[in-house]
Design a binder for this molecule. Sequence first.
Ligand code: ADP
Length: 395
Amino acid sequence: MENVILVLNAGSSSLKFSVFEAPADGEMRARAVGQVEGLGTAPHLKVKDGDGESIADVRWSTSEVASHAQALQQIATLLRSRFAGSVLAGVGHRVVHGGPDHAAPVLVTEEVIEELATLVPLAPLHQPHNLAAIRAVQEVQPELPQVACFDTAFHRSQDMVGQLYGLPYEYYERGVRRYGFHGLSYEYIAAILPTVAPEIASGRVVVAHLGSGASMCALRDGRSVGSSMGFTALDGLMMGTRPGNIDPGIVLYLIQQEGLSAKEIENLLYKRSGLLGLSGIGNDMRVLEASDAPRARLAIDHFVYRINRELGALTAVLGGLDALVFTAGIGENSMRIRQMVCQKAAAWSGIDLDAAANAGGGPRISRSGSRTSAWVVPTNEELMIARHTRKLLGI
Ligand code: ADP
C-alpha cells in the first residue's frame, strides 16, 4: 500500500493541511489540500484534490466544531475514507519557533514537546496552536510518528554578529536575538534554484517572500546569511496588517503618552497596521491595486519603498547582489509590485526588467544582459515539510 504524509499548519483560527503521496522512488505529490477557517466563529472546511478540484466544502456551527482538535477529527474522518487504500506514515507540522538551537526539523518526542513549550513566550500567537495540533494527533494516534519543522531553523546558519541586538549581552543569552522566519519557504526556494535558475543558485541572492506576512532573506550559496524578520515576525517589511520595522520608541510613546496596554499594542501591531492601517481600505493587495483611493496608492508606495530599503540592506550584508527572487502570494502574482520594486532598484542594483517576461510571470523576468537578474519562483512550504518528514521517517 502506498504511503501518505499529512502536513499540518495550525494557526490561531485556522488549520491548514495537505496530504502528500510518498512513492518509494520519486518526488512527492499533493493529493489533497485543504483548510478549516473561522475556528471559534464560523468553521468552514474546504478541500481540493491534487488537480484543484473541490472534494469537500462543509460549514459547521461552533458547537459542532469548537476547537482545533475537533476540526482535526473531522479532517481525519474525511481523509480516512478518501485515502482508504493508503497508509498514513506520519505527520509533519509547521512549528513557528525552534529557538536558538534547532537548525533542522526533529522527530517529536515528549522531551521535544516540553522544550518547544518553553518557547511559547517567544511566539505566543502561533506556538501554542502548533503544539496543540501535535497533541491532538497524539490523542487520536499515539504511535504515529510526528515531525516538527521550524520556520526559524533555516536561519540558524547566520553568524552571531547578525543575530545580535545592541542590548545588554545577557538579553542575547536569554534568547532575545534575531531568529528570522519564513524559513521553510526560503529553504524550498534555495533547494529549487539549482533546477529553475542554476546560474544564480550558488550566488548572492535576495529572496522576497511577499504574502500577507512578508520578509526578505539573503542567501549566499543557498544558505541564509541575513533576514528582515528578527525576534518576532513583526520586524522588517511592512505587511498586510503588521507595520514591520518601527522605531521602538513608538512603543514607549504608546505606553507612556497614550496609555495603551500590552494587549492593545499587540493588537495594533499584529492586526491594524501595515497595508490595512495605511490604506484604511484593506490588507488584500488585489483590492488595493484595484482602488483609485489616494491612500491605497500611498500604502502600495510605502510597501515598495520598504522592500527597496531592505533589499539595499541585505545587498550590503551579501557584499553585492546577483539576483532578486520574488515569491508568495504578492511576489508570485502581482506584476505591478514586481515592476515597481525592480524599477526602484534599477539604478543602484543593475536589475533591467523585461516587461513582457514580467507580465508572463517568469521564471526569469530580467533581460538577458541584466547585470543583476530578477526571477519569480513559486514557493511550497508544505512540500518542504513533507520532504523533511519523509526523510526523518526514513521512508
Ligand atoms: P499567506 O500565506 O501569508 O496568508 P499568501 O502568500 O497567500 O499569504 O499571500 C496573500 C497575499 O497575496 C494577499 O495580499 C493577496 O492580495 C496577494 N495576492 C494574491 N494574488 C494576487 C494578485 N493576483 N495580485 C496581487 N496580489 C495578490
